[in-house]
Design a protein around this ligand. Sequence first.
Ligand SMILES: [Zn+2]
Length: 63
Amino acid sequence: MQRQWIEGGECWRCDRAGVPVLWLGPVQTDAGTAPFYACDPCVRRIEARVQEELAAQDTAPAH
Ligand SMILES: [Zn+2]
């Protein structure tokens, strides 16, 4: 999957503006769904959490 960085965006996690941001996925709320964008440092942090989650899934006992 090609991931497209967008120049001059706004990070939805830390509120930095005018920075390159990456679409990470849809955010679902009661009011509707919106795209979630994050800047480079936030993307790195979130991806680290994803790695932890995937590792936890790998080591989880089978149901
Ligand atoms: Zn950020």
